[in-house]
Write a protein that binds this ligand. Structure first.
Ligand code: PMP
Length: 365
């Protein structure tokens, strides 16, 4: 007979264990650098005022709490996809692009992984080394039995190991799914140049690999949302079919509302209606249908020109403030004569600073 006490023991890992250690630490000097969320000067979580404004507006509009369809609010997924690719009106009509509202960026990766595993028989996934800690877990929980890392960070140079990356992708078997961080790579803060993206897309085309973009930080790498979508647009223009998991957690400071979109880009001739039914079935088996509030709020902002302008200017101001913090941090480290070079702090982009400190230094600090 199976018993609960036969379940293999497991240790907490990753962010959660660091967070537990943080909560238990009694040092008055402790600072929470664990979760990637924007904070106000006093360290409390920051909420963009335009989000509050839009929330108040939609609360007044609500006349029922009826179920959404499994794939969510279509207007939201369309506006979300527009942020990625620009005008998608025509493609939306002919069905070559559609979106699936998901439970945050994580949910979008999960729904994409389930689809690839169940309906495209994919079993192999490649992701960068290092990467966001959940990529491996999500794909193995969705039945990907072969998980491989492709080289990304060269720890010696503190730069991208582009040669290694190309070599690993060139050796990937046909139909492997490849996770690509579109911008603001988590955790290295290092992004490919346009030239390098072009090379990657050539290799992927040649090797018949399936791109799966993950974009959780659009606008946060360069300060420009269009520029940060360049790689996705390039792959689109190159005629790839691909998936893109899009998170709104950071862009709208709405972490707990779990707003995400899975954009599906297809070649014409696919049976779109049937594909959508597959997505619906996956979603029905997991949570039936998504929740309303967060996606409705983002949709409100994206579809109202005044709110959109307000969001874009305050979001951009927030990003530039973060860039200034990066500079100030490097300056402070250099001013106290810390040994070593610290240019990587300002060379990196987006939400992450990879300090390249080994555990001996971290423990000492
Ligand atoms: N992808 C990457 C690269 C991330 O850094 C994150 C969030 N830390 C996610 C996906 C998940 O986003 P969400 O919080 O919206 O689930």
């Amino acid at each position: 007979m199976v018993q609960f006490n036969n379940v293999p023991l497991v240790q907490q890992g990753g962010y959660i264990s660091v967070n537990t250690a943080f909560q238990n630490d009694i040092s008055p000097l402790k600072i929470d650098l664990i979760y990637g969320t924007f904070r106000s000067e006093d360290g409390s979580p920051y909420l963009l005022p335009v989000v509050k404004k839009a929330e108040q507006m939609i609360v007044n509009d609500i006349s029922s709490h009826n179920y959404l369809s499994p794939t969510g609010i279509e207007g939201f997924t369309k506006s979300a996809s527009k942020l990625l690719l620009g005008d998608v009106e025509k493609q939306w009509k002919d069905g070559t692009i559609f979106g699936v509202q998901c439970v945050g960026g994580t949910g979008a990766i999960k729904i994409g992984a389930e689809f690839l595993s169940r309906h495209m028989n994919c079993t192999t996934v490649y992701y960068p080394d290092p990467t966001w800690e959940m990529h491996g877990t999500v794909f193995s929980f969705s039945g990907f039995s072969n998980k491989f890392k492709y080289r990304y960070l060269n720890k010696e140079t503190k730069l991208i190991d582009f040669e290694g990356l190309c070599e690993d992708m060139s050796n990937a078997p046909i139909d492997s799914v490849v996770i690509l961080h579109a911008c603001g790579h988590n955790p290295t803060g290092l992004d490919l140049t346009k030239e390098q993206w072009r090379t990657v897309s050539e290799i992927m085309k040649e090797r018949k690999l399936i791109p799966f973009f993950d974009i959780a930080y659009q606008g946060m790498a360069s300060g420009d949302i269009e520029e940060d979508a360049w790689a996705i647009r390039h792959f689109y223009n190159e005629g790839f079919e691909f998936l893109c998991a899009q998170s709104f957690s950071k862009m709208f400071t709405m972490y707990n509302e779990r707003v995400g979109n899975l954009m599906v880009v297809l070649k014409s001739g696919c049976n779109i209606d049937s594909l959508k039914i597959h997505f619906e079935k996956i979603i029905r088996s997991l949570y039936s249908s998504p929740s309303n509030h967060g996606a409705r709020t983002v949709f409100k902002i994206l579809s109202d020109p005044e709110l959109y302008d307000e969001w874009l200017s305050s979001f951009t101001a927030m990003i530039f403030q973060a860039m200034d913090l990066r500079k100030a941090f490097r300056k402070a480290i250099e001013e106290i004569g810390t040994p070593g070079k610290w240019n990587h702090i300002t060379d990196q982009k987006g939400m992450f600073i990879l300090l390249h400190l080994t555990s001996i230094y971290v423990d000492y600090i």
